[in-house]
Design a protein around this ligand. Structure first.
Ligand SMILES: C[S@@+](CC[C@H](N)C(=O)[O-])C[C@H]1O[C@@H](n2cnc3c(N)ncnc32)[C@H](O)[C@@H]1O
Length: 451
């Protein structure tokens, strides 16, 4: 059996998990460690699987450590706990790794990390897991159904409770299961530069199959793993940008027309600003604002690469926005991201009922300020990628209470996107039902003046 070296996939996964434990965002930590490691191909994919898998499945893995080790997970030295999580993750979830190799590599990693005598305990715990799994799943589950589902699917109780209240326990489990799968990658094809069929053919030529979304004219879902995105055909030419198909629906809700002034209040990194500009044929003005000047540079980069010239950027806190009168406004608000937990492995552990309440307050303040920038006959779309009603329906309900001269605005009757929206102009995407990111959108307008 080859000995793990410092450039070995499990070693890199361990280092990345340590950085995440110290507070780094999972995706940023992974990018950084992968870059440094020089790993390519299958090794790179293994590190990604191990890191995202251990972060997502942390609660389940810790429940196993509680069962099998002498001390509960929370009282283990952090290095040992991470090594055990890595070993148990491979044994429980990665069928492609032979169990003997998973055990031997994990024990070797423990030795390499200086755990010395404890490597024997690692060996014993992993073998005990294998023995116990021969008869039935050894994962200990409490009788309370919410806690049991939360431990089995590795989510905090409050999230399972929230979704179970909304969907029922069985459907909440589908949703949790969906979020534990690796995310798909969708492209949004730039119709001002190319056609979807042309991009599909160019990808096929480099061995990447894709499938067009029948309901969204610009969306192409990649079937094969694409490798480094920037190296795909058409990147430099601005033929496409990566954007989930749910997010692609939002600019259609805004429904911008050529020549209009469109204000995008929380615009970075520019996924929707660039889409709005494309839908307007790059004619008119998209004012892309964001509180982060650094992130706004991404908007400029994306606009430049997609060869769009109708976008200008402005660094401003959405709560302070004024002095603009726009035909259409998009508030794609900062949110808890609970509809994209498959993309953000650590998202489920970062949010809490308190953080959701804080975000809801911020969202309401941004929405109030943005609404004052809308021309009398204009349309405003409020959108989030969360599934929490406090950040979605409640923000809209409270807005309408504070602004009795506003109302919901249904999509035009002949809009090809009617099927997605509810009669009153609200859009709600449940990931497990629609196989795409979770999203919420609401169209708003001022009520017509009464005589
Ligand atoms: C959901 S992201 C926007 C994604 C973007 N619309 C797109 O499609 O690429 C939310 C954005 O809100 C910005 N943001 C956070 N707080 C803000 C505030 N108080 N005012 C304006 N923007 C804010 C963040 O910097 C972030 O870029």
């Amino acid at each position: 059996m080859p000995r793990p070296s410092r450039g070995n996939a499990r070693w890199v996964a361990f280092q990345t998990l340590t950085t995440i434990r110290e507070g780094a965002f999972a995706d940023l930590a992974l990018d950084r460690h992968l870059q440094r490691s020089g790993l390519v191909g299958a090794d790179r994919r293994l590190v990604t699987e191990l890191v995202y898998g251990c972060v997502r499945r942390q609660r389940t893995l810790d429940a196993l450590i509680d069962l099998l080790a002498q001390r509960p997970a929370a009282q283990q030295p952090p290095v040992l706990r991470t090594v055990l999580q890595l070993g148990l993750y491979q044994l429980r979830y990665l069928e492609q790794i032979p169990t003997a190799a998973a055990v031997a590599e994990t024990v070797q990693l423990a030795k390499q990390l200086g755990l010395g005598g404890l490597s024997g305990a690692v060996n014993a715990i992993l073998r005990q897991y294998l023995r116990q799994s021969e008869e039935r799943d050894p994962l200990p589950l409490p009788s309370d159904p919410i806690a049991a589902l939360a431990i089995h699917q590795s989510f905090p109780d409050w999230l399972v409770q929230l979704w179970s209240d909304r969907l029922g326990l069985d459907e909440a489990e589908f949703l949790c299961h969906w979020f534990n799968q690796p995310p798909s990658i969708d492209l949004r094809i730039n119709p001002l530069r190319t056609e979807r069929s042309q991009v599909q053919a160019a990808l096929e030529a480099v061995g990447i199959r894709s499938t067009p979304d029948p309901q969204l004219p610009q969306a192409l879902r990649l079937i094969d793993p694409p490798g480094p995105i920037r190296q795909l055909p058409g990147f430099d030419e601005g033929w496409w940008m990566v954007q989930d198909s749910s997010a692609q629906l939002i600019a259609h809700l805004v429904d911008p027309q050529p020549g209009e002034t469109v204000l995008d209040v929380c615009a970075a990194p520019g996924g929707k600003s660039t889409h709005l500009a494309e839908l307007m044929g790059d004619r008119g003005q998209v004012i892309a604002c964001d509180s982060s000047a650094k992130r706004l540079r991404k908007v400029q980069e994306n606009a430049q690469r997609l060869q769009l010239s109708s976008i200008t950027t402005r660094a401003i806190d959405g709560r302070q926005i004024k002095g603009i009168q726009a035909d259409r406004i998009l508030v794609d608000a900062p949110c808890s991201g609970l509809g994209t937990l498959h993309r953000h492995a650590d998202g489920r552990w970062r949010q809490s009922p308190d953080s959701v309440a804080e975000l809801a307050q911020l969202q309401s303040e941004i929405l109030d300020a943005a609404a004052a920038c809308l021309k009398p006959a204009g349309t405003l779309v409020y959108a989030t990628c969360t599934l929490h009603p406090a950040e979605n329906e409640a923000v809209i309900e409270q807005f309408l209470q504070r602004h009795p001269d506003w109302q919901m605005a249904p999509l035009a009757a002949d809009s090809p996107f009617q099927a997605w929206a509810e009669a009153n102009g609200t859009l709600r995407i449940w990931p497990h039902r629609h196989d795409r990111d979770g999203f919420f959108g609401a169209r708003l307008q001022r009520s017509p003046a009464r005589d």
